[in-house]
Design a protein around this ligand. Structure first.
Ligand code: FUC
Length: 944
């Protein structure tokens, strides 16, 4: 073969390979299945599939005989509008600063605990209630006594390791009695015994044969001595009065369930007689006084149950969530008839829709119930086709109302008692509307009935197909702005739960694409313009006392929820977050004034529906001052991506400026170094109350820089610009410590073996941009070293953060390893993903879904320096693929295709007409762009 032929051959090969890539890629776009699917119904809540329209959310179980649709409305929370700040707390600021400067952390935290934390809600009259319970109020007879007749009491298996809530008593707090008996072994006669119940939530009075043998409150072990003279030959009676004020209740036994509660002779635990068995129990009082709380909890609203009779022998069962149209479907075959149920949450009509049909006439039969876990709730008939549900939260001001309306084709559907009875129909549609009395964070005067009526009215004259088409159109407006493919999947035919189990050990790049799109789906479903932003669980919560209140944690989690918004082309969905920031900026003024005596506004590490901004929980982590600055950064990022100057002028800048004004007043000079520092504060949830955590300075520097830049763009506040620029210079810099690490604190005290989940001092790598390979390679390497010390294993959101960090460190393979960890089954108890691909902290917390999705985007395009980097951290596992609609700062949108790890083709849409600076594989091109124009580039970055 001569040279020319060789070249020709190469060109031919290259052309074939490009054509092949284009064909394959074009093929993916059409065929891409974007479904989560299963061949069995959900058992656990985290098996169920989520739907949502930003305001209403629901989890679909798809049970054959009993289908459950657990739903939420985003404004149903405990609590009420109130002041959260502590008046005059700032008087303690100088002494707190002094104490942390002197390294007297314990003293500082103790003082802060007493005088510097925000205010809790009012505590009820606990002592009075306890006295009443002790006086056996509401009881006939005394259950402590052996002769008491408990024959009418119910039974419960004791212990309930995770609280009695988990065995059918959700929402139950109060005073309960538990009774059981045991036979005294002959050999134990005359001996003192030990009754070991270990953990009881919250307080107990424990009796043996009517004699009080112990009482305790809190988490201490219950190991009570029973004097020999209390015991009798034969049968002995144990009676425990348990008082539970809030959250999990009951005799909880041992966390390690292989250890048993029981009774044994003192000093001889080995011969313990197990008391793990059914005990008798009785609710003496289920209305304990309210518990004082720093912030409120997001609440479940209700449940729809659909009961289908005689379906146990169904075949072909399948349930699925189709991300392309945001519809969940359950299908099965029975006696030759195909049945389908479809469920979606419509934004245009503000209802949850359930549609049941069969492919033969008159075959749809079921009963539909509407109820709620709230104690104060009731179901009633509204009219022949409509059931109504009223709820009132305990410990709060809000009321909610819901209605479920039925529409049938043929057959009958009527309200009978507390259910809708459907018989012999061809097709049935249920519309569920809900609203609450929440008007805004200062008022609870909205009218839930009016909201419900309005929703139901929008459907008048429309059939199911029309409602569904309107839903799909509206949803796809967001969803279709972006697509991602990593090659045709060979795993579409495997149920998602099995695919999840296999992911880490198999090659399934398409699963990463599905996961990324699922992240976008979850954001669309929990955060539509005009709604509240996604909270710790998005919009999905079935618990009255959810983990961390299912609120907004602002030292990482709330922000992480919005990491995909700009990058993955869902910019309009950032709006609810901005609205919250606007409200926080308002509420946080008071907190700034009362706690710090400064101008501007401050937000600490949590907020809730009522926009609490003061420090909560405990002084060792609740006093962290840069929440406001971090959430403000999102406004600036929105501007960077969209180049929307009106937004910058009217929305973003005023809030960013006020946040900067807070820090302008707040920062103090460190006597030792002369730097400006943030004190007192905390490196989120790590290391207690300190002076000058690195993260704070990174965030504040970034804010000052953004405000200065924005003021220049808007041509305003020249003086402030100069001040902030100067102060940014004086702020304590990032420092490299003795282990080659980026220091987390002012002092070089990092422990390289520390595996804490928060990686706060890496903020300037991601989501910030101060530390990067272009600007400061040495510091970037130190940051990388810090991350290596922290290790890979982490909670769900921490994995999500680390994926983004490894992307910024341009190490796609390391990022991919963490993607595999995030996409590993969590049902074994660790971090990862549940069956429905919800992120597991554990427990469920949605931030990891969003952090993970953003991280995948960050592997493909980065724009946080002056360059738009194409495929900056492509993992070898994702070596062929295509992304469309991914966005870059400067107002750009990109489509990229790559094959065998090499860029093949790029398209750049310029939305703002800025100059484009693209970089790929060490090569940079710069060119002018025109607004609205698309530029095509080849694999060598030549504009075609
Ligand atoms: C922060 C984290 C926890 C959890 C909570 C909601 O406090 O440190 O891990 O994610 O938020």
């Amino acid at each position: 073969m001569n040279k020319l032929n060789d070249q020709q051959l190469m060109i031919q090969k290259a052309t074939i390979s490009i054509l092949f890539t284009l064909l394959v890629v074009a093929g993916y776009s059409q065929q891409q299945e974007l479904k989560l699917w299963y061949n069995k119904p959900a058992v656990k809540w985290t098996d169920a599939l989520p739907i949502g329209n930003g305001r209403l959310g629901a989890m679909i179980f798809g049970g054959l005989e009993k289908d459950r649709i657990q739903f939420n409305e985003e404004t149903l929370w405990t609590g009420e509008p109130r002041d959260y700040h502590r008046k005059g707390a700032h008087k303690y600021l100088p002494v707190l600063r002094q104490l942390v400067a002197e390294g007297k952390q314990d003293e500082a935290e103790k003082l802060a605990e007493e005088h510097f934390m925000g205010l809790k809600s009012n505590e009820g009259k606990r002592d009075e209630w306890i006295k009443d319970m002790a006086a056996l109020k509401g009881l006939k007879g005394n259950p402590a006594l052996p002769g008491f007749d408990d024959s009418k009491w119910k039974e419960i298996l004791v212990p309930t390791y995770e609280g009695w809530e988990t065995v059918g008593y959700e929402g139950l707090d109060g005073a309960l009695w538990f009774r059981t008996t045991f036979e005294l072994p002959g050999a134990w006669k005359g001996k003192n015994l030990v009754l070991d119940l270990n953990r009881i939530r919250d307080q107990d009075y424990t009796y043996v044969n009517g004699k009080l043998v112990g009482q305790k409150s809190g988490g201490d072990a219950r190991r009570y001595t029973i004097p020999a003279d209390v015991l009798t030959t034969g049968k002995n009676t144990i009676a425990v009065q348990v008082l539970n004020f809030f959250d999990k209740g009951g005799i909880a036994g041992y966390k390690d369930t292989s250890r048993h509660i029981g009774i044994y002779p003192a000093g001889d635990e080995k011969s313990k007689l197990s008391l793990v068995k059914n005990w008798k129990f009785f609710v003496q009082n289920d209305n304990p006084p309210p518990v004082a709380r720093f912030q409120a909890d997001y609440q479940p609203f209700g449940d729809v149950y659909l009961n289908f009779a005689g379906v146990a022998n169904a075949t072909n069962y399948k349930r699925e969530l189709d991300l392309n149209n945001a519809v969940v479907r359950t299908s099965y075959t029975l006696d030759g008839v195909d049945y389908t149920r479809e469920y979606f949450a419509s934004q245009p009509n503000q209802v949850i829709v359930i549609h049941v049909k069969a492919n033969k006439a008159g075959k749809v039969n079921f009963d539909a119930l509407l109820n709620s876990p709230h104690k104060l709730s009731s179901t009633k008939k509204i009219d022949d086709q409509t059931l109504g549900l009223n709820v009132q939260v305990r410990n709060g001001a809000l009321k909610g109302e819901s209605q479920m309306q039925v529409v049938t084709t043929k057959g009958t559907a009527r309200v009978e008692g507390d259910k809708i009875v459907v018989r012999d129909a061809d097709e049935v549609t249920l519309y569920i509307a809900a609203g609450t009395s929440f008007k805004n964070y200062k008022s609870v005067t909205a009218n839930p009935s009016a909201i419900v009526k309005r929703s139901l009215q929008t459907m008048k004259g429309k059939n199911y197909e029309q409602v569904k088409a309107a839903h799909t159109n509206e949803y796809q407006k967001y969803f279709n702005t972006f697509s991602i493919n990593f090659g045709k999947s060979t795993k579409d035919n495997i149920p998602t739960d099995v695919r999840l189990q296999q992911f880490a050990s198999s090659s399934d790049p398409d699963f990463v694409a599905l996961y990324t799109q699922y992240g976008r789906y979850l954001l669309i479903s929990s955060s539509r313009p005009g709604t509240r932003p996604a909270n710790l669980q998005g919009i999905w919560n079935d618990l009255l006392t959810p983990p961390w209140g299912s609120k907004y944690t602002t030292n990482i989690n709330a922000e992480m929820n919005y990491w995909p918004a700009e990058l993955l082309n869902l910019s309009p969905l950032h709006e609810p977050f901005f609205k919250m920031v606007e409200e926080l900026a308002e509420a946080g003024r008071q907190t700034a004034k009362e706690h710090y005596n400064t101008k501007g506004w401050v937000l600490h590490h949590n907020t809730d529906l009522w926009r609490g901004t003061a420090p909560i929980n405990a002084s060792n982590h609740g006093i962290w001052v840069t929440g406001g600055a971090w959430v403000s950064q999102h406004l600036w990022e929105h501007y960077l991506f969209t180049q929307d100057k009106e937004f910058l002028r009217n929305k973003a800048y005023p809030i960013m400026k006020q946040s900067a004004l807070f820090f302008n007043d707040f920062l103090v000079k460190d006597p030792k170094t002369g730097w400006l520092i943030s004190t007192p504060s905390n490196s989120p949830e790590h290391g207690g109350l300190v002076a000058g955590p690195t993260m704070d300075h990174q965030i504040i520097r970034s804010l000052f820089k953004a405000v200065a830049e924005a003021s220049e763009i808007l041509n305003t506040d020249k003086e402030l610009r100069t001040t902030l620029a100067q102060k940014a210079q004086q702020l304590a810099p990032n420092q490299i410590g003795k282990h080659g690490q980026l220091q987390e604190w002012l002092q070089d005290v990092d422990d390289p073996n520390n595996k804490h989940r928060h990686v706060s001092h890496l903020w300037a790598v991601y989501p910030g941009n101060e530390i990067n390979f272009d600007a400061n390679e040495k510091m970037m390497k130190a940051a990388r070293q810090s991350l290596l010390y922290r290790g890979d294993a982490a909670t769900g959101w921490s994995l999500g953060w680390k994926i983004n960090l490894w992307a910024r460190f341009k190490d796609g393979d390391h990022a991919y390893k963490l993607i595999q960890m995030l996409l590993s089954p969590a049902d074994r108890g660790g971090a990862g993903s549940y069956t429905n691909l919800f992120d597991a902290h554990p427990p469920f917390q949605i931030d990891g879904n969003f952090g993970g999705a953003a991280g995948v985007g960050e592997l493909l395009v980065q724009s946080h320096t002056q360059y738009i980097d194409l495929l900056p951290a492509l993992p070898s596992a994702l070596k062929t693929g295509e992304v469309k609609g991914i966005r870059a700062r400067g107002g750009f949108e990109l489509n990229l295709t790559w094959s065998n790890g090499k860029l093949q083709h790029a398209e750049l849409l310029s939305n703002a007409g800025n100059d484009a600076v693209l970089r790929y594989a060490g090569k940079t091109v710069t060119f002018k762009t025109e607004k609205g124009k698309t530029y095509k580039l080849n694999s060598s970055l030549e504009v075609l």
